[in-house]
Write a new protein. Structure first.
Length: 180
């Protein structure tokens, strides 16, 4: 299957559109990760599922891998284990923010030619580098959805994702004095 090869100008435009969406989604993903209770990072809905903390780390580490690989022009598949110092979701948040900001700066510095360079993804498919930015975003959203489903069974409040969540509406109504 052949994929269209963007021009350098098209690649720069596509990057701008993707990064605008990614920036909004980053804030949403951060809210979901931040909602993991400090004492429930080991929660998993099933024995074959990742723990909440491992799933949160997978989201942020994979995002870093995708975005830094686009900037480098080649995928680095070296494992990126969670540092021993990161034992709670609250510790993931600042790492995630810095990683994202650093990745965005690197991507914004790329030329259109660099963004059109075809990159191999684990021998599975080859795409222009810029194509991996929305793919990374889709990957993040997919796993964020999984993680958001962990929250209520863990006893956590579900933050607003694409509109006000039940928990956010209850907090707003309470603040407005409208809860009976």
């Amino acid at each position: 299957m052949s994929h269209p090869q963007p021009t350098p100008d098209q690649a720069k435009f596509a990057l701008g559109v993707s990064l605008a969406s990614f920036t909004v989604e980053h804030q949403t993903t951060r809210r979901v990760i931040d909602a993991i209770p400090a004492d429930r990072g080991d929660y998993r809905p099933d024995g074959v599922a990742r723990t909440a903390l491992d799933l949160a780390w997978h989201i942020v580490a994979s995002e870093k891998r995708f975005l830094t690989s686009v900037a480098a022009g080649v995928f680095d598949t070296t494992p990126m284990p969670r540092p021993d110092s990161i034992t709670t979701a609250a510790a993931i948040g600042p790492w995630f923010d810095e990683s994202f900001a650093s990745s965005v700066r690197a991507l914004q510095g790329l030329s259109g030619e660099q963004l059109t360079k075809v990159i191999d993804f684990r021998g599975l498919f080859q795409l222009p580098a810029v194509s991996f930015v929305p793919l990374a975003l889709n990957h993040t959203i997919h796993h964020r959805g999984q993680l958001s489903m962990y929250l209520r069974p863990m006893g956590a409040k579900v933050p607003s994702i694409y509109g006000e969540s039940y928990d956010a509406s209850q907090a707003r109504l309470a603040k407005e004095g409208k809860l009976g």
